[in-house]
Design a protein around this ligand. Structure first.
Ligand code: MN
Ligand code: MN
Length: 318
C-alpha cells in the first residue's frame, strides 16, 4: 500500500515565478526520461519480479521516483504560480497574455487546457505515454535499460541545471540529479549480482557468429579499435566471401501446402508484369514542360518533352 507524507523529499525554494522555465522543467515531469516514466518503469518491474532482493530494490526506487515527481512537479507549480492565478482571474492584459502564451515558449496547451498546473506532458506539450517504459521482464535486459534510463535522466537534469541561475532550483535539481547517479550504481550492482548476466536470457550465442565483426561500411573512415580488432574478434572485410554467412544460397523459401501453392500461383499469374509492354500512361498524356522523357506512342520508345510538338508550339517566339 502507499502512504503519503506531506513533506517533500527535498525542500523546494523557488526565487521567482518563471513560466518559461516551468515549461522546460516539464521534461522531467511528463517527459521520456522524466520521473513518472522512471516511477512506472520500476514499479511495474517490481510487481513482476520474483527475486526478493531485486523486488525490494525496484519498489524502493519506484517509490523514491514518485517522490522526485512530487519535487519536480512542485518546482513547476511554484514557477507557474503567478501565471496560473492571472489566467484564472483574468488578470492579464491581452498583450501580456500573448507574450506569455506562445511568445516565451509556454505552449497554449499548457495555459489554456492545463491552466498553468503541472501537466503530464513534456517540454514540447507531448502527453506522457507508457511507451517510454521498455521493460521486457528479463532482469539482465531490464537492468541494462534501467542503467541507461538513469544516465539519461542525469543528463537532462544537468541541462536543466545549466539553464537556471535560481540557487534554490539549482540545489533541488542537483539533489534529483545525484539520486539518479545513486540509482544507476544500485542497478549496476544488481545486474552484476546475477552471475552469468551476459548474454541476456537463457539461450547461448551461436558460437561461430559470436566473435564476428562485419566491416559492412567500407571506405575512407574505416577505423580499428578494441571493438573490432584483436584476439576477441574475427574481422570480416571481404563481405562477398562470407555472405550469406551460413553457407547457404541466401534465398528465402517456404514449404507451401497444396492449397497455398495453388492460390499463390493464381495470384502470381494475375499480377505478373510484362517486361515487353511499354504502355502510355497518365503521366505521358498529361506531360508538360519539366516532365522529363515520356513514352512515344507510335514507336514505343521515349521522347524528350522539350522536343515534343506541343511544347515547341507553346514556346515558339512571337
Ligand atoms: Mn528520479
Ligand atoms: Mn532514478
Amino acid at each position: 500500500m502507499f502512504m503519503h507524507n506531506k513533506r517533500l523529499q527535498y525542500t523546494v525554494r523557488v526565487g521567482e515565478t518563471n513560466p518559461r522555465l516551468a515549461t522546460m522543467m516539464l521534461e522531467q515531469f511528463g517527459g521520456a526520461d522524466g520521473e513518472l516514466a522512471a516511477a512506472m518503469r520500476y514499479f511495474t518491474q517490481g510487481l513482476g519480479e520474483d527475486d526478493a532482493g531485486r523486488k525490494d530494490l525496484l519498489l524502493d526506487i519506484a517509490t523514491e521516483e514518485l517522490s522526485h515527481l512530487e519535487v519536480i512537479g512542485s518546482i513547476i507549480a511554484m514557477l507557474n504560480k503567478g501565471v496560473k492565478a492571472q489566467l484564472a482571474e483574468g488578470q492579464m492584459e491581452e498583450v501580456e497574455l500573448y507574450r506569455t502564451i506562445g511568445g516565451t515558449g509556454v505552449s497554449a496547451k499548457e495555459s489554456l487546457l492545463f491552466g498553468g498546473g503541472p501537466a503530464l506532458i513534456d517540454s514540447a506539450g507531448v502527453p506522457w505515454t507508457a511507451a517510454y517504459v521498455d521493460s521486457r521482464s528479463e532482469p539482465t535486459a531490464d537492468l541494462r535499460s534501467n542503467i541507461a534510463a538513469e544516465s539519461r535522466a542525469k543528463i537532462v537534469y544537468e541541462r536543466l541545471i545549466n539553464i537556471t541561475d535560481d540557487p534554490g532550483i539549482k540545489e533541488a535539481l542537483g539533489f534529483l540529479m545525484t539520486r539518479e547517479i545513486a540509482h544507476q550504481k544500485s542497478f549496476e550492482k544488481a545486474l552484476y549480482a546475477i552471475e552469468d548476466n551476459f548474454p541476456p536470457g537463457k539461450l547461448p550465442a551461436v558460437e561461430r557468429f559470436a566473435n564476428m565483426y562485419v566491416n559492412a561500411s567500407q571506405g575512407e573512415g574505416d577505423m580499428t579499435g578494441p571493438w573490432n580488432e584483436g584476439a576477441q574478434w574475427d574481422r570480416i572485410d571481404d563481405l562477398a566471401q562470407v555472405m550469406p554467412v551460413d553457407g547457404g544460397d541466401g534465398t528465402a523459401s517456404v514449404k507451401l501446402s497444396v492449397d497455398e501453392l495453388k492460390v499463390a500461383k493464381k495470384m502470381a499469374a494475375r499480377t505478373r508484369s510484362d517486361p515487353t509492354a511499354n504502355p502510355t500512361t497518365g503521366a505521358d498524356l498529361g506531360a508538360g514542360p519539366g516532365a522529363g522523357r515520356i513514352t512515344d506512342g507510335d514507336q514505343g520508345g521515349a521522347e524528350d518533352i522539350a522536343s515534343a510538338p506541343a511544347f515547341a508550339e507553346a514556346n515558339a517566339p512571337e
